[in-house]
Design a binder for this molecule. Structure first.
Ligand SMILES: Nc1ncnc2c1ncn2[C@@H]1O[C@H](COP(=O)(O)OP(=O)(O)OP(=O)(O)O)[C@@H](O)[C@H]1O
Ligand SMILES: [Mg+2]
Length: 240
């Protein structure tokens, strides 16, 4: 387990008769850029919500940095950065205030949170929006702020649920370059996407989910070795 930042074993979640996750098992190595792919309703968000503690699974074990999610979530969350699929920024606050208030949840001292916020605003090119209200930001800027906010506690693992959906190509590339830089600095990334081009460009390893089952697990290089594009593989899976 020491080689893995995340270990998931036989994870199961049902919503009534829907098997959102069906005994899924996989691992993520430290430093990986790990992708989660699958059609609508495959179970991606359910899996990610379990990892960030807002959905409770029926069965299975999850370890993050060697800690058991079931018992040690409070400790785990200090090392975790979370970018959910639905935007949950505080509309009435400014960009800067969103960062500072979020830092409070982690008990980060004021001086440190100010320094970190300024650093993140620079990294995400949001300096000139520092005092703008979130309600006035475009979708792309809000997404950047969501990612910036997730980094306030210097997480070692960041989990993003479709962080580039609905963004224009320029914003998307902009987010790619920042995620790549983060990964190169040693942060492990777990991210879901519907864009196969994005998956091929960013991810080192992936799982493909369909109807709550893992239908493929491997490195992007291995999976596309037989010259099949990820897009083709995805479309075949989505048909079933
Ligand atoms: N709170 C809930 N109550 C009932 N059913 C749910 C709930 N959350 C998810 N589901 C169902 O579980 C299945 C998996 O949903 P999930 O949101 O995990 O899929 P997804 O892969 O994230 O899809 P998308 O690509 O559309 O975001 C779907 O059939 C969905 O309708
Ligand atoms: Mg989803």
């Amino acid at each position: 387990m020491e080689n893995y930042i995340l270990t998931v074993k036989d994870l199961t979640k049902n919503f009534g008769h829907i098997h959102a996750l069906n005994k899924i098992t996989f691992n993520i190595k430290y430093g990986d850029f790990f992708g989660l792919i699958g059609p609508n309703g495959a179970g991606k968000s359910t899996l990610l919500k379990i990892l960030y503690g807002i959905v409770i699974p029926e069965a299975g074990d999850t370890f993050i940095s060697g800690l058991n999610l079931q018992y040690d979530y409070k400790k785990i969350k200090y090392g975790l950065g979370i970018v959910p699929q639905d935007d949950n920024l505080d509309e009435d606050l400014s960009v800067y205030e969103n960062l500072i208030i979020y830092a409070m949840y982690f008990g980060i001292p004021k001086k440190e949170s100010i320094k970190k916020s300024v650093e993140l605003l620079t990294f995400f090119n949001l300096e000139d929006k520092k005092n703008s209200k979130v309600a006035d930001l475009s979708g792309g800027l809000r997404r950047r702020l969501m990612i910036a906010r997730a980094l306030i506690n210097n997480p070692s693992l960041i989990i993003l649920d479709e962080p580039t959906s609905g963004l224009d190509p320029e914003y998307r590339q902009n987010i790619w370059s920042r995620l790549r830089a983060l990964n190169e600095s040693g942060v492990t990334i777990l991210m879901s996407t519907h864009y196969m081009e994005e998956a091929e460009k960013l991810f080192k390893n992936v799982i493909i989910l369909n109807h709550g089952n893992i239908v493929l697990n491997g490195s992007i290089k291995e999976i596309t070795l037989n010259k099949k594009s990820l897009e083709e593989i995805f479309l075949n899976i989505a048909k079933n």
